[in-house]
Design a protein around this ligand. Sequence first.
Ligand code: PLP
Length: 378
Amino acid sequence: MNEIIYLDNSATTRPCARSVEAVTRSLTENWGNPSSLHRLGMEAELDVTAVREAIAKRLHCTPAEIYFTACGTESNNTALLGAAHKNRKRGKRIVSTAVEHPSVLETLKRLEAEGFEVVLLPPEKNGVVSVDALNAAITPDTILVSMMLVNNENGAIQPVADARKRIKQVGAPALLHCDAVQAFGKLPFTAEKLGADLISASGHKIHGPKGIGFLYVKKGVVLPPLLTGGGQERNMRSGTESTPLIMGLGGALADLPDLATQLTKMTELRDYAVRRLQGTGVVEINSAPESLPYILNISVPGYRSETLLHFLESRNIFVSSGSACAKGEGSYVLKACGFDRRRIDSALRISFCRDNTAEEIDRLAEALVAATQKLRKA
Ligand code: PLP
């Protein structure tokens, strides 16, 4: 009963041993400033270059197209503000979805306040924006399209490559940004296949440390930077590189299993979870079967998400209540998908990683049944 069952991997993942070792090595042995011209600086620079190359290899792009940032949020801010400001003379129409992460939605609100016209596409019931709606929204005067690859609440996979096709078809000057924070290191993709000019990712979602992310910027695209100063990251992101965290990200990358094989395993685990949880008679499934199997959104109608979360916590099982907002209005993602109040108020996000097991799912199912027996109905 002392072992924790961690099923909140979309919030953050446990840093893997290789990542922790890499951080420690950077802090204790290779702590020079990569900008220094002496040997200590050059050794730190070599470490940074190796991680940049490892990311580039995964995205099938060049290392020069990868810029380190402090997090997925910074990558999204840099991409959206940079792209909109760069293209502002060409138009003001921005197309995105209603189910983006707040780091995109709040930034789009800022751009709207600056005079940009923001169109947010609602998803279908399965969480996915229809290609027809996307095609209708992307007009020849669209200057930016921002679409996440995988939704953080229900795992829905968005048709990002279709956005690229449409941009090309209508001859729009739009840059295409993709928030791939929940996809990178889980769903195999390359920059070219995705078709995005800008791709955001974050280290702590793949068993790396918090405080490190990166932004892919396609060759030829030049954005105004968010941070100006010493000109690090080829003027895109000033500030001394966080070598320990970059190295930690490198350790996490080196430890990633083959993504396709892991995806098959996760699908088996998720399908087991769906069967097992549905079998309890108290759980309803909110994620569509075609979603990324790392994320499973469920509801236990009649019981409040937060109450359930704390009940599970008392049994050392950790899940998320989704992004229930402070006003208690419930998940805007589930709302946008058309779920009713009862379902939204009782939603839980179960998110897996490579370490989770079927036995843990059994424990979760038993605990949810116990919750419905012990807790008072809302
Ligand atoms: N985008 C998505 C889809 C996310 O799920 C998250 C974090 O949960 C972020 C962006 C922000 O990433 P970070 O925590 O690295 O700022």
